[in-house]
Design a protein around this ligand. Structure first.
Ligand SMILES: Nc1ncnc2c1ncn2[C@@H]1O[C@H](COP(=O)(O)OP(=O)(O)OP(=O)(O)O)[C@@H](O)[C@H]1O
Length: 350
């Protein structure tokens, strides 16, 4: 069992430094040497020694050696973990195909793009998509939605949920799906989205600090959205502090994605990079931040068409797909609205 470092008998300032460095659990500290811990966290060597001593006394070391926290995985456990880590199938078959099945659970995905291109729309859509019942090929999960810009629109979620419920109801073929539809309702979709409003990065870090406990209490959580990370970190004058905070944030998110089997989806803005006399629009926060997410999507305009470019993915690189935002949500560009289509695409059509 993992114990949060917050439960150790340490001073609050030491705990904050540990958490801000992405070290949230005693298991994260087990294999660290005092010097390394001091370097990674900014703690003095004496404080680092005290931390490691506290972990040992707490039983963390015994857990690792005694087998309560496995130091390694068997191949069978790995297979089981991979089976649990399914993808969130979206209502855009082309995006799913390009991503090898959808937005992966257990990994982080960054959605970049200029204002108004559709980043929030895609996040809202994913918040509905992740709830599609398993009998329809979905994940049937809950959502934690961190809204930093006040752009979460409940009416828009209702529109998307209405379309999703209608879509699934037209596909019902057996009793399992019939039963699933009794709980796949607009009301339940809304009550499965836990919305948090964060106004600055301190609130965000505090929220992320509390999140592991929330995720343990809500084991059906499969999606964490942060829309957007850009506005919280843009105003920093101290770029080195910003880099450190962003580094710590990415470490926490990656750890959370794998430990709690959730898809982490973050939105980011674009910024102008000057190269000689040329300027180029690139995702904000530089290249080291860009290495962190497993998948990086760039939503962009090509004239009046909306395109999503896959910047980074384990499956396919440099793919570009055209999409549209309709009254029903985020869709393939050539997909007719439900009211006009004869047979909706099933969530198992891959
Ligand atoms: N009901 C709807 N029907 C059709 N299109 C819609 C609907 N609601 C929103 N849109 C489209 O979505 C766009 C806004 O997208 P969104 O808010 O996701 O942008 P964003 O990339 O998150 O922008 P920002 O960075 O400013 O937050 C609108 O310009 C509009 O074109």
């Amino acid at each position: 069992m993992q114990r949060p470092v917050s439960s150790l008998g340490l001073s609050p300032s030491v705990k904050v430094k540990l958490v801000n460095s992405g070290l949230q659990f005693t298991a994260d500290l087990l294999h660290l040497k005092p010097l390394q811990l001091s370097k990674d966290t900014g703690l003095s060597q004496q404080e680092a020694l005290e931390v490691l001593q506290a972990v040992k006394t707490d039983g963390g070391g015994d857990e690792a050696r005694g087998g309560r926290v496995p130091a390694s995985l068997t191949a069978l456990e790995l297979l089981q973990q991979e089976e649990e880590m399914r993808s969130i199938v979206t209502f855009s078959s082309q995006l799913d195909a390009a991503l090898g099945g959808g937005i992966p659970v257990g990994k982080s995905t960054e959605i970049c793009g200029v204002p108004g291109v559709g980043k929030t729309q895609l996040c809202l859509q994913l918040s509905v998509d992740v709830q599609v019942p398993q009998s329809f090929g979905g994940v049937g999960g809950q959502v934690i939605y961190i809204d930093t810009e006040g752009s979460f629109l409940v009416q828009r979620v209702i529109d998307m949920a209405t379309a999703a419920v209608k879509h699934c109801s037209l596909l019902v073929e057996d009793d399992e799906q019939r039963v699933a539809m009794t709980t796949f309702t607009i009301e339940n979709i809304l009550s499965n989205i836990f919305l948090v409003r964060c106004h600055d990065y301190v609130e965000l870090l505090a929220e992320l600090h509390l999140l592991p406990d929330f995720l343990s209490d809500h084991p059906k959580s499969r999606l964490l959205v942060i829309d957007s990370v850009a506005c919280l970190f843009r105003q920093f004058d101290d770029l080195s502090l910003r880099t450190r905070l962003l580094h710590s944030l990415t470490q926490q998110l990656i750890a959370m994605a794998t430990r709690h089997h959730i898809a982490v989806v973050i939105t980011n803005q674009m910024t102008t990079r000057l190269r000689g006399s040329h300027s180029q629009l690139v995702p904000a926060f530089g290249e080291s931040w860009g290495h962190a997410p497993t998948i990086r999507l760039l939503l962009q305009w090509a004239g009046s068409r909306r395109m999503v470019a896959i910047y980074k993915s384990p499956c396919q690189m440099d793919a570009t797909i055209q999409y549209q935002i309709t009254s029903e949500g985020f869709r393939d560009a050539d997909q007719p609205e439900q009211s006009q289509s004869k047979r909706p695409r099933t969530h198992t059509d891959q």
